[in-house]
Design a protein around this ligand. Sequence first.
Ligand code: TXA
Ligand code: MG
Length: 318
Amino acid sequence: MKVKATDENIKLAGSIIKKGGLVAFPTETVYGLGADALNSYAVAKIFEVKNRPSFDPLIVHISKIEWLEKLVKKIDARAEKLIRKFWPGPLTLVLLKSNIVPDIVTAGLPTVAVRMPAHPVALALIENAQTPISAPSANPFGYISPTTAEHVEKQLGDKIDLILDGGKCPIGVESTVLSLIDEEPTVLRPGGLPIEEIEKVIGKVKLQRSTDKILSPGQLPKHYAPRTPIKIFSSPDEIKEGDDIGVLLFKKTNREIKAKHVEILSENGDLREAASNLFSALHELDSAGVRIIYAEAIPEVGLGVAIMDRLRKASGQR
Ligand code: TXA
Ligand code: MG
């Protein structure tokens, strides 16, 4: 059932989580599919509903710092600086887990991923549930992440207890996942917080390439994928035009492209706007009944790194 995220419904959602149920809720990045992170049985339902391989660990969402102190062994100086600057916000930190975090949440890893989302509905839900909430994106495994409550309803509506509708997610790509386990901080998944911003606070950060050893299953080569094949192009000359193709443009172009369905991420080529429209545009194109989707390559700076990462994964390309 999809309901508006009113105070009353958030309260109801909190009680569902407390009782071990599943609630989809908005965050500033994408919609999450939440369960009580300290209840293994409830967390198991997430894997079942998403059809998610059990080796893929989940992010734990908190509403206040006191929870982080309980979930991890140690918060070092780098973590402290980043938290002060970027929480609540689209930055997930991977740290050594404490004993209270169930193994199913971390897929047996000794580490846990934690973030404090910057969305009033998400924060209020966690407060009402009085427990940290583990939540992957609310989509079937490997499919496009949801940025509206309608996306969630279409994909998982009959499988979860409640969907809190808080409108469109403002950022539109998942959080940046940063591991602080080693001396060298490592981005495991580029996302809503640009790497450049992180480097301003803690200095040089390594970006784990998806060709490297898979540390984070968000790095599986084919992920975030629509059912229609995707091909990335740099110049429109590479498109085989026709009334059976879909086109995903970064920005507006004067050139006529013959296609069944065209989506433009940002008329003026604004990366932030493009990121916020990415998954919606892919959903639209995927239901447009086209043979193939041609997606324009995007400059790989700032949020462009996360957008290109998702496009490459959607196309099955590394
Ligand atoms: O923006 C987001 O992060 C959204 C919203 C709902 O918060 N959540 C999200 O969750 O994207 P999910 O499960 O789709 O992606 C979590 C990513 C995966 O790539 C997972 O492998 C990685 O985080 N991850 C989680 N725990 C980890 C750990 N202990 N070590 C390494 N990677 C971890
Ligand atoms: Mg996901």
